[in-house]
Design a protein around this ligand. Structure first.
Ligand code: FAD
Length: 470
């Protein structure tokens, strides 16, 4: 009787999107996966938990995706949660007066599909719109090099009005890249614009209808169903790469594996690198990264404050409203969303101005602002609230940073890197994290001689006139 060869073993450090994507792909390809997660739950920076102060299950912050996130969408399909994403093809912009304008697609071909609604926006005048249209041409149709300039400098050079900057570029790019325009590199901004214009479906926004950890628990089930194992409250503290294996050090024990994927945030990786000369280059690269904060303000009102599911908010500190009691039907039980009060989350990206404020100060700032946008909130009583400051939300996409984003291969043939900060060509997003996980899985499978080793899926194809520009 012939014995089948032993299953190659893989340790994955980190149960965020990057680690989960790598683990699912490898578990599906015949590897025996053990995932170590420091916390007691999955999802990493995209997770939910029972908030002690309010007794509610809250997402650490609202997470959205777009149809251009093809690997994330494929990951949702793979783990069987694609039906838990609700897609929207309209985006509502609201001014503090309460006036709302809706961006939606027309029958015109890409990249002109949103032009009719853009031209009707009352919060931009003709000079603003002309300036934006002029800047959109190079951003949409050409690739922009990183010259060291910030996107704010680029906008100045391209004759943008203050209104165009404040009411168009800031709402779109600060929320997409979680950083101020004067710290965003030009290629990152151009990528956001170009990707969202390549085809009308590209800007359809997806919102999970269940809490984030519930969504990503499906990935845990997927791994277990393929013989894999998840170990919670298990921080990897060190690893020793050897010729024929990698030893992974946990608090009280050591375990040997054939391969290791380090799917950790950049600020978590630095401390576990082994004290050997090969680590020097990675230490040096990691030292160039800085964090950008995002703050979520969670408010529960005694009545409905709006019939919108979400909206972009202009000219104030709060930037987005997500109407969680409408977005997550389980919150209203058997009664309709209209019959229960409103639970809203307000999101402030690049929220440096809020970091030193107390939670009470932030709520005191946010509620009057919210009432400017939504008149129905003026008569509603605030029942409870909480503020979640994610100080290490994403890496700051500064000019020059791409030179320091590490490839998945390391100096050690059995050790691979993943994480939203690695060299994926995408900013710090769930899509970037899943791409990094799939890239690590591809490289590891190739190293183990397992073929075909292809997990990344194709980008959304361009349509209309965008096909002429690749
Ligand atoms: C507030 C906020 C809002 C965001 N909004 C969006 C959005 O709307 N859309 C979007 O696409 N992206 C958004 N992002 C970004 C997105 O969440 C991240 O890019 C993505 O989740 C990163 O995944 P990751 O796996 O690379 O890292 P992480 O999610 O950080 O995962 C790393 C995991 O490793 C674990 N870990 C750390 N050290 C160890 C160790 N030594 N041993 C074992 N485990 C360890 C951590 O606990 C964590 O679970 C947001 C992020 C934040 C914080």
């Amino acid at each position: 009787m012939t014995q089948s060869p032993p299953q190659p073993t893989v340790a994955i450090a980190g149960g965020g999107l990057a680690g989960l994507a790598a683990a699912c792909a490898l578990a599906d390809s015949g590897f025996r996966v053990t995932l170590f997660e420091r916390r007691p739950y999955l999802g990493g920076r995209a997770s939910s938990y029972e908030h002690p102060g309010t007794g509610e299950i809250v997402d650490n912050c609202q997470h959205v995706l777009f149809r251009v996130c093809t690997n994330l969408v494929e990951f949702y399909r793979r783990i069987g949660v694609e039906q838990q994403i609700r897609w929207y093809d309209e985006m509502t912009f609201i001014e503090p007066s309460g006036r709302a304008s809706v961006m939606h697609a027309s029958p015109l071909p890409a990249p002109l599909h949103t032009m009719p609604s853009f031209l009707r926006f009352p919060f931009l005048d003709a000079t603003d719109k002309l300036a934006i249209a002029r800047a959109m041409i190079p951003l949409t149709l050409t690739t922009q090099p990183d010259t060291g300039d910030s996107f704010a400098q680029w906008l100045q050079r391209h004759g943008q009005t203050q209104h165009a900057i404040d009411r168009f570029w800031k709402p779109i790019l600060i929320s997409a890249l979680s950083e101020e325009l004067d710290l965003i590199s030009v290629p990152y901004a151009a990528q956001v614009v170009r990707e969202s214009m390549k085809t009308p479906a590209a800007r359809h926004m997806g919102v999970p209808t269940i809490p984030l950890t519930e969504l990503y628990n499906a990935a845990g089930d997927y791994i277990r169903a393929r013989g894999g194992e998840l170990q919670f409250r298990s921080a990897v503290t060190e690893f020793q790469p050897e010729t024929s294996q990698v030893c992974v050090q946990l608090a009280q024990r050591q375990q040997a594996f054939d391969y290791l994927v380090l799917a950790l945030p950049f600020d978590g990786l630095d401390s576990i690198l082994p004290d050997v000369p090969e680590s020097a280059r990675l230490h040096e690269m990691l030292s160039h990264f800085e964090c950008a904060p995002i703050t979520g303000i969670h408010l529960w009102f005694d009545r409905q404050i709006s019939d919108l599911d979400h909206a972009v908010l202009l000219d104030r500190t709060i930037q987005w409203m997500f109407h969680k009691s409408r977005l997550q039907p389980m919150r209203s039980g058997s009664v309709s969303a209209e019959q229960v009060g409103s639970y809203v989350e307000l999101v402030v990206s690049a929220s440096k101005s809020l970091i030193d404020k107390s939670r009470a100060e932030i709520v005191d700032l946010a509620v009057p602002e919210l009432r400017e946008f939504f008149p129905a909130a003026r008569g509603a009583s605030l029942i409870k609230s909480t503020v979640i400051k994610e100080v290490h939300a994403t890496y700051s996409p500064r000019p020059g940073i791409d030179a320091y984003r590490a490839a998945t291969q390391t100096a050690w043939p059995r050790v691979f890197l993943a994480g939203d900060w690695t060299a994926t060509g995408w900013p710090a997003t769930m899509e970037g994290a899943v791409r990094s996980g799939y890239l690590a899985a591809e490289a590891l499978a190739r190293a183990a001689g397992v073929t075909p080793a292809k997990f990344l899926v194709a980008d959304l194809p361009a349509s209309g006139l965008m096909r002429l520009f690749g």
